[in-house]
Design a protein around this ligand. Structure first.
Ligand SMILES: N[C@@H](CCC(=O)N[C@@H](CS)C(=O)NCC(=O)O)C(=O)O
Length: 206
């Protein structure tokens, strides 16, 4: 990393929080730049041209280079740190959980949280309404898979916390915002407490 890192973000977003949490756990300072996604501030011609042509945050900036995609940004910060296993299999397994988070977890749990807490159920389109039940079922399936995996183990990969835990923690610990009943997943609840006890942990609203 070449210098001061800048996080282009919307603070309420779990995707942005996971980048802040990664940096905090490793004692790496981040400068924060806030955009109101509800007002389309990541869709302006300037943002699309200069920060992310995909029109989304988080984006991590290092000098004059920009890294969109939350899990890629976490990886950039944490590469070669204690949050990235050196064992080749564990390293790939960590990436497996990070890809799984983006495909099976975030599109269901994070999207429902966004719709229910920030957009408001009454303001959803018909197409979004039709997605409420399938996303809830898929979100619960993701939580069940996590709960089964965590039975008898403390962390997703190996014997210690890794980026897999950080990236999955971001939206799991606030799944209750979208009316997911976390108490139905006791191993997940214990794991959430474990992550929260990490030295230098920061909460989402810090
Ligand atoms: N896969 C991306 C998802 C990014 C994303 O969906 N960001 C949302 C907020 S969490 C956003 O920028 N929404 C504003 C928009 O789409 O205009 C990541 O992990 O960074």
């Amino acid at each position: 990393m070449s210098g001061q890192l800048v996080l282009h973000e919307y603070a309420e977003s779990g995707n942005c929080y996971k980048v802040r949490l990664t940096a905090a756990l490793l004692g790496i300072p981040l400068e924060r730049r806030e955009y109101d996604i509800l007002k389309g501030e990541t869709r302006t011609p300037e943002f699309l041209r200069e920060v992310n042509a995909n029109g989304r945050i988080p984006v991590l900036q290092d000098g004059d280079r920009f890294i969109p995609e939350s899990n890629a940004a976490c990886y950039y910060i944490a590469d070669a740190s204690r949050l990235v296993p050196s064992d080749r299999f564990d390293h790939a397994d960590m990436l497996r959980w990070m890809f799984w988070e983006q495909y099976n977890h975030e599109p269901n749990i994070a999207t429902l949280r966004f719709w229910m807490t920030l957009v408001g159920v009454d303001s959803l389109s018909e197409a979004q309404r039709l997605q409420l039940t399938p996303k809830r079922e898929a979100g619960n399936a993701a939580l069940k898979l996590m709960d089964d995996h965590l039975a008898g183990r403390d962390w997703f990969v190996g014997e210690d916390i890794s980026l897999a835990d950080v990236c999955l923690f971001a939206y799991t610990h606030v799944a209750g915002d979208a009316d997911f009943r976390l108490n139905a997943y006791p191993h997940v609840v214990e794991w959430i407490e474990r992550v929260g006890k990490q030295p230098d942990f920061i909460p989402l609203d810090a």
